[in-house]
Design a protein. Sequence first.
Length: 255
Amino acid sequence: MKMNVYCYDKACCALVLAAMSLTVGEVTAAETGAPASEARQTVVTNIGFNGTATLTVAPNALRVVPGTSKSSTTFCIDVYLENTATIAVLDATVEVPAGVTLDDVTPTERVVEGTPISKDASSDGYNVTMGSSVTQALAVSGNSGKLCSLQMSASEAFASSANVVIKGVTAMDTNGNAKAFGDELTVRLERVERGNVNGEDAITANDASLVLQLVASKISARTEGVVYDAADVNGDGQVTAQDASLILQMVAGKK
């Protein structure tokens, strides 16, 4: 399968988050996985072969905090493929905005072990291909479900809200027939400033309160409405009471 991907970092650790508890006193960025996001999906039109195939991504919108000079923030986009019994190779182009990088393409257990996966940077993003032989189906453990995760990161150069676009998706079946998906997949990256923990229009004392609740484990990085990476105001990879203090200084106009 070949795919061109324009995207961002390792936010795909959301499942790990569910099994972790936050540390009282500080919360490290490594425990958070992806930024808060909307879990909606976008579907690409069907293609033929023996029946139809439908490509889906989730989420279709992500709140992303720019990285710092010390480190990038990470997130991921999950790709789902239904009715793939006859699909042997997938190819796509993924466009990413400035400051966003596609770091890895991680297959799920649905993908046959040993299936080649390539990710090559190009002038318009990334070229991603899954599969290389038309004699073997790409996914064998069921006709529906998650196929892979696009792991991405955002640096401090991520300056404004923009889209990740997956386009030019082409599938080849086990008889060597190729067909293109007719639509593009678009995932909106909504830029959120550090300190804007609730993702609203302005930074207020409420954001400082959310930081303190994170520090005390009253809420978690997965709590709805919380943009965890925005709570790390000083960009040191931890969420502490110092970050809440910095937010209050912003509110008072002292920073």
